[in-house]
Design a protein around this ligand. Sequence first.
Ligand SMILES: CC(C)(COP(=O)(O)OP(=O)(O)OC[C@H]1O[C@@H](n2cnc3c(N)ncnc32)[C@H](O)[C@@H]1OP(=O)(O)O)[C@@H](O)C(=O)NCCC(=O)NCCS
Length: 271
Amino acid sequence: MAKTLSPVAVTFSTQKGAMKPAKLPLNDVRTKFRIMQQEPNAPAVTPALPDGLRIVKAEEYKEAALCLAQAFAEDDVARYFIDVPDREHWSEEEKWALHVEILEYVTYAHILKGLVTTIGDNYEGVALWMPPGQNMDDFLTILRSGMWRLNYRLSAEGKRRFFTEFLPLLHDTKHATLGERDDDSWYLVYIGTKPGARGKGYCRKLIEHVTKQADREGRAVYLESSNKKNPPIYKRFGFETTRTVHLQRSEKNVELDIMVREPAAVAQEKK
Ligand SMILES: CC(C)(COP(=O)(O)OP(=O)(O)OC[C@H]1O[C@@H](n2cnc3c(N)ncnc32)[C@H](O)[C@@H]1OP(=O)(O)O)[C@@H](O)C(=O)NCCC(=O)NCCS
């Protein structure tokens, strides 16, 4: 029997995945929500696919999300919403299930509104992109991807961290960094390779697929790096750190390096 939720509004005011504030009335939304199997929108421009790379389809969202879940299993930012004081009583299995679930919603939203690519025989590497001018802040995408469920799955502290600290910080930082180009740049929202598949060039292929297109278009590429190990890797692809921002609600200082890659011609002029 389908339950209905009490009258409540979910406010998404975000940016990881380019979401803006949206009010979502949930009176008639079933709690047993099933993600609708519909064809995703094609991204504004789909860069030509190099050998070995392919676009993830809607029916593959779980496999793609699992790759990201494994890649980000110990990532301080991914865990920031899960390792919270009011979920200390949760088992590791429960936390892992929530971690996977979050990445499933995010992956599906990017299949619908962005570009999701994968490489390897078993989704060894996955990248989530938001093309220029696209975002996932509309009602239908929030509904269809399951993103709205975060309002119920995260704890009170998890929600404070996600909705009132993390998403506004990313949104404001991206806007402050890119200015007028905010809606005219490629956004690498997530990239990960499974631990056993690292060092094989998968990340390079996933990134260069879009950076080559961005060069042709004369567009910047933007990302947030959640691990101090990564800026040297991204530097190899032409990204530069422009600033560092901090998440401050946990005892541990959680840093994000903001990196921008200028299109090749602009980068050349600056040298
Ligand atoms: C970051 C990550 C995606 C790299 O994936 P990968 O498939 O191992 O990377 P590649 O094999 O394509 O290597 C890319 C380049 O970085 C270099 N590199 C890889 N690991 C490196 C390391 N630990 N230190 C320095 N350089 C490194 C490689 O030599 C390569 O450069 P080259 O092509 O000029 O030789 C992967 O480590 C990962 O998933 N990490 C966990 C999730 C994460 O942090 N994602 C990024 C979030 S911002």
